[in-house]
Write a protein that binds this ligand. Structure first.
Ligand code: GTP
Length: 236
């Protein structure tokens, strides 16, 4: 199979690592995802990963906790996930570097754009952890920002749901799958593809977002090879 892209950002939600447990890191799940990411990297695609932290902590759910503090806690959660993912990926035999937006030199490299790009050129997978380093910005926004910075062609947003629907498919059995959307449609319809900061950044920098389900980890390779699964958000 020939890949359609040269350099991509994979946005993995924290929940994707929890498997059916809904919380924490499920060893079987992270192992399975890592093997598929390895397959994808063996296609010759340069892969950077932005991982969320919702399986451990969600800033917006921190009731009673100052929002900025809750967001910093979420950023730390992404570091835990990044280290687990690095370990699981390394066990498959690929080279991985973790870079954090918040300096924690004993744990991982600091985020340095040119170094990240060099790692990618050398075939290493780079995991971006601790979001943008700022509260009030989501890991989706991190994915959009890093994609713009490192010239990624697309953001592959791996979710629990296999695509974007016109209503919540868990609540509405007649919800319709949407194949294609523009950024403006996402913003105007309030669709929960990404938050509005992230979508605006993608729109301003013309970065397509491909939403797909991680229910089947094979999907990572499929989307990289241009198979039409999920939903694509791009300019008309
Ligand atoms: P090259 O420049 O291509 O040799 O890349 P490299 O990443 O292999 O070299 P480097 O000597 O920078 O890193 C060696 C190892 O140390 C890698 O696993 C890095 O992730 C890690 N490393 C590099 N800088 C830091 C840092 O500031 N903190 C931590 N904790 N690890 C680092």
């Amino acid at each position: 199979m020939l890949p359609k892209y040269k350099r991509v950002i994979i946005k993995l939600s924290g929940e994707a690592l929890a498997g059916d447990k809904g919380f924490g890191i499920d060893p079987g799940t992270i192992k399975e995802i890592s093997h598929k990411i390895k397959d994808a990297s063996e296609l010759g695609v340069e892969i950077a990963i932005v991982v969320g932290g919702g399986n451990i902590w969600r800033g917006r759910d921190g009731e009673g906790i100052d929002r900025a503090t809750a967001d910093y806690m979420g950023m730390l959660a992404t570091v835990i996930n990044a280290l687990a993912l690095q370990d699981a990926l390394e066990h498959t035999g690929v080279d991985v570097r973790v870079q954090t937006a918040i300096d924690m030199k004993e744990i991982a490299e600091p985020y340095i754009r040119r170094k990240a790009m060099r790692h990618l050129e050398k075939g290493r997978i780079v995991i971006f952890a601790s979001g943008t380093g700022n509260p009030y910005f989501s890991t989706d926004t991190t994915a959009a920002l890093r994609a713009a910075e490192i010239d990624a062609e697309v953001i592959l947003s791996a979710k629990k749901v296999d695509a974007v629907y016109d209503s919540d498919p868990k609540l509405n059995p007649n919800a319709k799958k949407i194949d294609k959307l523009t950024y403006i449609e996402v913003l105007n319809k309030g669709l929960k593809v990404m938050d509005s900061t992230a979508i605006s950044l993608c729109m301003d920098n013309n970065i397509p977002v491909l939403v797909f389900g991680l229910d089947n980890p094979e999907n990572i390779v499929k989307v990289l090879c241009g198979e039409n699964i999920g939903t694509i958000v791009k300019e008309d």
